[in-house]
Design a protein around this ligand. Sequence first.
Ligand code: SF4
Length: 59
Amino acid sequence: MKVEIVPGCIACGACVSINSDVFELTDTIHVHQDMVSGNEEDCKAAADACPVNVIKIVE
Ligand code: SF4
């Protein structure tokens, strides 16, 4: 699984609150791709929770 962020993140922090190992919010959102393995369900939950739908799951 690969997690991508498309433009439009509003830095709400919802994904970080779901999994702060995968998602890190600094000036913008960063995905730690090396942490996705083992956290796939959280990645899917974050994609569902993102209010602007910018988290894309690539299988
Ligand atoms: S949930 Fe979406 S809008 Fe919120 S910080 Fe994460 S990527 Fe950005």
